[in-house]
Design a protein around this ligand. Structure first.
Ligand code: NAI
Ligand code: MG
Length: 383
């Protein structure tokens, strides 16, 4: 395989720390790439009036994929306060770098596997293995928002229900985006056997070997938007009679995930529900330090740990790098190096199971680089 070009975007807070740890593991895995560093994050918002400079977008255009740490982002009032007067006068407006990249490169699948690695003291239950397919380009994060509703909108029938002084966000759901996220979920289900603890057929009514896709929605209230999402999910389910399919309200799903996480396999849902449920699922398997993610489109992808910049622990060298390392594993799979990906996965699993290295989130005292070094040492030994 020719050396892929990878945009390397550490960002803010623990982003840089977990990426440094990830490089150690990538280099030990034998995987070779050209890693090209790029600017992203809060520092560039303050210096240049944008957290995503144009040169970084250019970098992404000239690479096979990107690997990203995390960025700090703040509500508008705080973001504006931190901006120097000169840039404020030029009309700089904060918009999320990650959301912009997802949209700009049409990275429509946010893939978030949450797996309980055996022996992880943070596992809520052993055997949890849930994969979330979150639609990544629209929904509540459409970016169409108004602090004050434009007067012309009041001409539209139905708007009389909205108070005059309201700020509004548009929840945009298209059939096209719903179909493709549902396809991504069902394709994954069709390609791979079910792992993790077999669900109890008496509870789910579904054969334990059969994969199960749960479409999560709130169509009983948001009838228009989630109506579109659900009908697309049903259509794709109809094309896959061999895969189990069920629908669940998002609030019920949050409750069921805590009550009986083993019943879940693949969850497919809209953008914001997926964002929230994936943090919940991360905590079922030890917390944000164990939750990798991929933002995947047809031509480009960006891999990142699901966590943010974790300012409460940044700079201390204690962030758990496993989420980032597992994201790198997903990246290698996407790039077609299944062998290195598999070895990284096994090395992580071994280190967690053996229990000699424990970061503070696992109840231990060891740091980011100690965890990465232990995983790299396993790779060296040829796990
Ligand atoms: P967070 O995900 O950064 O942290 C949540 C909690 O989990 C914190 O207590 C943190 O210490 C812990 N945690 C996160 N990653 C960890 C790791 N690898 N090891 C051990 N503990 C870990 O979310 P938070 O604190 O709400 O947000 C901090 C900043 O990050 C905010 O500015 C937010 O906007 C931003 N953010 C950025 C994201 C991204 O870049 N994709 C995603 C989520 C938040
Ligand atoms: Mg999130």
């Amino acid at each position: 395989m020719a050396r892929p070009r990878i945009a390397w975007l550490p960002g803010d807070g623990i982003g840089g720390e977990v990426l440094q740890a990830t490089r150690l593991v990538l280099d030990e895995s034998g995987f070779e790439a050209n890693y090209i560093p790029g600017d992203i994050g809060w520092e560039f918002w303050k210096k240049e009036g944008t957290p995503l400079p144009d040169r970084t977008i250019e970098l992404l255009r000239h690479t096979e994929c990107a690997f990203f740490g995390a960025v700090t982002s703040m509500p508008n009032v705080d973001a504006m306060r931190e901006l120097p007067e000169g840039l404020r006068a030029k009309g700089a407006r904060y918009s999320s770098a990650v959301l912009r990249i997802r949209k700009m490169f049409d990275l429509y699948t946010c893939l978030r596997p949450c797996r309980a690695y055996p022996g992880n003291p943070g596992n809520m239950r052993e055997g949890i293995d849930i994969t979330i397919f979150r639609e990544n380009t629209e929904g509540m994060y459409s970016g169409a928002e108004w602090d004050k509703i434009p007067l012309e909108l009041y001409e539209v029938k139905g708007m009389e229900r909205v108070p005059r002084q309201a700020a509004i966000t548009i929840r945009a759901i298209t059939r096209k985006a719903s179909l493709r996220i549902a396809r991504a979920a069902f394709d994954r289900a069709a390609d791979t056997p079910r792992q993790g603890a077999a669900s109890d057929p008496a509870r789910t009514g579904i054969c334990p070997e059969k994969r199960l896709v749960t479409a999560v929605h709130k169509a009983n209230v948001m009838r228009a938007t989630d109506g579109v999402f659900l009908s697309a999910a049903r259509e794709v389910a109809g094309e896959h009679p061999d895969i189990g399919y069920e629908e669940m309200l998002v609030d019920t799903c949050a409750m069921q995930l805590v009550r009986d996480p083993l019943r879940f396999d693949i969850i497919v849902t809209t953008n914001m529900f997926g964002d929230i449920l994936s943090d919940l699922c991360a905590q079922l398997v030890g917390g944000m330090g164990f939750a990798p993610s991929g933002n995947i489109g047809d031509k480009y992808a960006m891999f990142e740990p699901s966590h943010g910049s974790a300012l409460d622990i940044a700079g201390k060298g204690i962030a758990n790098p496993v989420a980032a390392i597992l994201s790198a594993r997903m990246m290698l799979e996407w790039l077609g190096d299944k062998d290195s990906a598999g070895r990284i996965g096994r090395a992580v699993a071994d280190v967690i199971r053996e229990g000699r290295v424990r970061t503070p989130d696992m109840g231990g005292k060891m740091g980011t680089m100690a965890m990465a070094t232990a995983i790299a040492a396993k790779l060296k030994k040829g796990t």
